[in-house]
Design a protein around this ligand. Structure first.
Ligand code: NAP
Length: 290
């Protein structure tokens, strides 16, 4: 198998497979790793090869990875067990003698343990190190926040209550997930990316205050931006009944933004995509214009 895409039943994996097919890669060279075949209906229709494997099952991964040239390793969505799962994937890739790994890591400015992004950063950094230690040729996509997730950060009632996040004036290089999938497809089919780490961030980086101003302009309604302290934010989320894990995620990423962790300054995305990524304002217009 020339290319095996993990997380293929997920959004980024699916977008990458479609982008590979759109680029003219033959479906017979593309494998889709799935843990649950009942979710693979759409992938089967695309004609790619379905390969069974679970990040929790080492033997299934070694079998799945045998004969694979390039592995697109999409980080697990199971945050609590992710670190162990990732070590299993990396070990299996080494055992199966995969030639190349493209891994989805995270955008950051620093690798500090006290980073507000540590709740997700730690497992990505450990995985990057483990991949390097295998000696397998790699490329890291250090992905910024999905633009698709911006409405989640803003909340359902943003047009009534305004934007409320402890993000200060920090900027975020939001980028559409489908465009990240296109970049992954480009990286998997072109040369010159060996042992490199790329910042995959939108070209225009925006603060949540700027997003509030966009909403004001688009809706004609004054949308305020309030940046509380992290503790105030967590207290408000708790009172509103928001599950702790979600509050930590939104609060942590917002704090990361406040400290400049999500501002890449030198994104590689535009060059790797071959065009300007979708602008935040265009996305916001599409979602919120009435
Ligand atoms: P997604 O739609 O949730 O897809 C995650 C994929 O991982 C699914 O195919 C899922 O399989 C698979 N997976 C989970 N646990 C697995 C296991 N034990 N064994 C094998 N496969 C497993 O996520 P996405 O939107 O495509 O994003 C890809 C990754 O980026 C996420 O997994 C997460 O690590 C990270 N992420 C990034 C951002 C960002 O803003 N940059 C936001 C959220 C997540 P099932 O379909 O069977 O569940």
């Amino acid at each position: 198998m020339e290319i095996l895409v993990t997380g293929a039943t997920g959004n980024l994996g699916g977008a990458t497979i479609k982008a590979l097919l759109n680029k003219g890669v033959d479906k017979s060279s593309i494998g889709a790793l799935v843990r649950d075949e009942s979710k693979a209906h759409e992938l089967k229709e695309l004609g790619v090869t379905i390969v069974k494997g679970d990040y929790n099952d080492y033997d299934s991964l070694v079998n799945a990875f045998k004969g694979v040239n390039k592995l697109f390793f999409i980080s697990s969505s199971e945050v609590e067990t992710r670190q162990e799962q990732h070590m299993t994937v990396v070990k299996a890739a080494k055992e199966a003698a995969v030639n190349y790994i493209l891994y989805t890591s995270i955008q950051r400015k620093t690798d500090k343990e006290d980073s507000p992004l540590d709740f997700v950063l730690d497992s990505h950094m450990t995985t990057e190190e483990a991949i390097k230690e295998t000696g397998i040729t790699y490329t890291f996509m250090r992905n910024n926040l999905y633009l698709d997730f911006l409405p989640w950060f803003l909340g359902d009632k943003v047009l009534e209550t305004g934007v409320y996040l402890p993000a200060g004036e920090g900027k975020v290089g939001f980028m559409l997930r489908a465009e990240m999938g296109e970049i992954a497809a480009n990286l998997l089919t072109t040369d010159g990316h060996d042992n490199k780490a790329y910042n995959i961030s939108g070209t225009e980086e925006v603060s949540f205050g700027e997003v509030a101003a966009m909403l004001t302009e688009i809706t004609g309604k004054e949308i305020a931006y309030v940046s509380p302290t992290y503790d105030e934010f967590m207290e408000t989320m708790d009172k509103a009944g928001v599950p702790k894990l979600f509050a930590i995620m939104f609060g942590g990423f917002a704090q990361g933004a406040a400290q400049g962790e999500l501002e890449s300054g030198n994104t590689d995305a535009e060059r790797l995509l071959g065009r300007k990524p979708t602008a935040v304002k265009d996305f916001v217009k599409q979602v919120y214009a009435q």
